[in-house]
Ligand binder design. Structure first.
Ligand code: GTP
Length: 597
């Protein structure tokens, strides 16, 4: 294809603002998909994505379009993931494009996530086409929001296109604007091949399908290629384009977007952001922007049924084939048995992984409270990286460092007070505040990552009646006054309940956990103290009082078979009990104490 006739673009939109619907409508209007084959939401493939209404993996689709100048263009729509956990993947999809549609719900206005991705697109020098969607809605306020968008990107309100992805109104004009406003790709056709991987998906039948954007040169079937970050080499078994079903072709040239299959079985061999070159004629310089995926949030995952452990291990292996950011290693807990310490990009990534394990592999799981990575410097000069409270060092600590994020909150201005209160409570510090329009405000905070990964978003939503939106990015680390709080049953620490918390919050955590456990753990034959402690210092205590009556006393003098039955029954019950020292704790107590809801 002549690069002059190619347009590579993506859609930047907040969840639910209509990205998938617009993509579908484009496919339909241009005839890329016949009406009867049209199934709603062509781009989202995974069930969980669809259910949760979020797009996780980006994919590309080729749309042939005959523009007003009667030339037929190749429009490549690159789908971007829509959640903060996947910022790096968004940045790679943006890097594969020359332009972006900024799609905003005409009844909602722009959201923090969209704004963050918009800034990223501007940094990448993408041409931006502002579009208001859902103008068919009675609640739409296109004039108001056109004004807001114009203020943000510095265009005229009249430059903002107005469409309805649902009815198709304005979509043809939009396609023409894509051809007119977005630059054609430029690259050197005769240079050694360089292709950027912007997505990589594991497919049970075809192995890893790698989505690429050719920057320079050409890639062809049967050619041997090299991954520039790892130097690993593979042979291209198949190369093609998604239109939107995969269609083989005899190669991809400058500016083209498509997929390649090499037979590798694991996405970690074909990493997002990496540069592919030809083995015979390699390029010398990688394309900029490659990063190793880096897990930021850690949690222990344990099967509720101990016998499911091997199933869990296989399931994690399988998920990892498709998820280069998921890491795990075996871990044992006195309370929960055998499980895995898993690392995730963020809380959503954790939730999605857990949901997939439970659903696709039919597992029942407990997850321990998520924590971030801490760096602990000791007085003797050594340093520890802590991803699990149980690894928290015991010697003389010089300083503890925790990751911090830059967070942006967009909200109606009525809620400024509530948001400030929440951020303050989460150890945030306000960095700046701007009014986007009369009644909408952008607030910028730095916050410890540990304070946001847990339930920050839920609290933000409930305090603002769902109106506020949040975006954050990692921004280094800070030294903090952190301590490890242990929870002890009869003097014995229960590993699954240990947590690293800020000193000011240690007491509250201790009181909450000891209270919960007193209620959840049944009485034993003896009194059981439940304590929270920092090192050797106890900060909270509850008692589970001893059972007064011996159960067997009831049977005194009764017939022996009844007595035996009672003992049998107790034994059954004991199977689901875990022993912590001499204390019997029902599995359910651990599960309820660890659940957040
Ligand atoms: P993610 O894939 O989760 O990022 O969401 P999305 O941005 O792709 O949104 P989606 O296309 O799923 O649309 C969200 C909802 O808005 C759906 O219920 C759509 O039917 C509806 N919707 C999309 N476009 C329009 C429109 O132009 N008018 C109206 N009335 N509804 C629309």
């Amino acid at each position: 294809t002549d690069p002059a006739l190619i347009r590579n673009f993506c859609i930047i939109a907040h969840i639910d603002h209509g990205k998938s619907t617009l993509a579908d409508r484009m496919l339909q209007i241009t005839g890329a998909v016949e009406d009867r084959q049209m199934r709603a939401q062509y781009l989202d493939r995974m069930d969980i994505e669809r259910e949760r209404g979020i797009t996780i993996k980006s994919q590309a689709v080729r749309i042939p379009f005959t523009a007003l100048d009667d030339k037929t263009y190749t429009l490549d729509l690159i789908d971007t993931p829509g959640h903060v956990d996947f910022t790096y993947e968004v940045s790679r999809s943006l890097a594969a494009c020359e332009g972006a549609i900024l799609l905003v719900d005409a009844a909602q206005g722009i959201e923090a996530q969209t704004l963050a991705n918009l800034y990223m697109a501007l940094e990448n020098d993408l041409a931006i086409i502002p579009v208001l969607n859902k103008i068919d809605l009675p609640a739409a306020q296109p004039e108001k929001y056109a004004e807001e968008i114009a203020g943000i990107i510095g265009c005229e309100p009249s430059d903002v296109l107005k469409v309805s992805a649902k009815t198709g109104e304005g979509v043809e004009e939009l396609l023409n604007e894509i051809v007119r406003q977005i630059p054609a790709p430029v690259g050197e056709a005769d240079a050694p091949a360089r292709a950027m991987i912007f997505d990589s998906v594991y497919d049970t039948y075809r192995g890893v399908v790698t989505y690429v954007r050719i920057v320079d040169g050409r890639l062809s079937p049967r050619e041997r290629i090299q991954m520039m970050s790892t130097k690993a080499s593979h042979e291209i078994l198949e190369i093609g384009v998604s239109s939107p079903e995969p269609v083989k072709c005899d190669g991809l040239g400058v500016g083209e977007v498509g997929y390649i299959i090499t037979g590798v079985k694991d996405v970690r061999q074909s990493k997002v952001g990496d540069t592919i070159t030809s083995l015979a004629d390699p390029a010398t310089k990688m394309l900029a922007g490659y990063q190793e995926p880096k897990p930021m949030v850690f949690s222990g995952l344990y099967p509720i049924e101990g016998t499911d452990y091997p199933v869990l291990r296989d399931a994690l292996d399988k998920l990892q084939l498709n998820d280069a950011a998921l890491v795990f290693e075996p871990e044992t807990s006195a309370a929960l048995g055998f499980g895995f310490r898993c690392g995730f990009l963020g809380l959503l990534h954790l939730e999605i992984t857990r949901a997939r394990l439970e659903r696709e592999f039919n597992l029942d799981l407990i997850s321990t409270a998520p924590n971030v990575i801490y760096r602990v410097e000791m007085e003797d000069g050594t340093e520890h990286t802590v991803t699990n409270p149980s690894e928290f060092p015991t010697g003389k600590i010089a300083s503890i460092h925790e990751p911090v994020v830059k967070a942006t909150v967009l909200s109606p201005s009525d809620y400024v007070g509530q948001i400030m209160e929440l951020c303050q409570d989460r150890r945030g510090s306000l960095q700046g505040m701007d009014y986007l329009s009369e009644d909408r405000v952008e607030m910028r905070y730095t916050l410890p990552m540990a304070e946001i990964v847990f339930d920050f978003f839920d609290h933000l939503k409930s305090r603002t009646k769902g109106y506020a939106s949040l975006d954050y990015e990692l921004s280094g680390e800070q030294e903090s006054d952190l301590v490890k709080v242990d929870i002890l049953l009869q003097g014995e620490a229960v590993d699954a309940f240990s947590a690293i918390v800020h000193k000011d919050k240690a007491y509250a955590y201790g009181v909450e956990m000891t209270k919960k456990l007193r209620e959840l753990i049944p009485r034993q034959q003896f009194e059981v103290p439940v304590q929270a402690a920092i090192g050797a210092r106890v900060i909270a205590r509850e008692n589970i009082r001893a059972i007064r009556k011996d159960v067997l006393a009831k049977c005194y003098g009764g017939d022996i078979s009844r007595k035996r039955k009672l003992l049998e029954k107790q034994k059954e019950g004991k199977k689901r009990m875990k022993m912590v020292g001499r204390v019997e704790v029902p599995q359910e107590a651990f599960i309820s104490a660890l659940s957040t809801d």
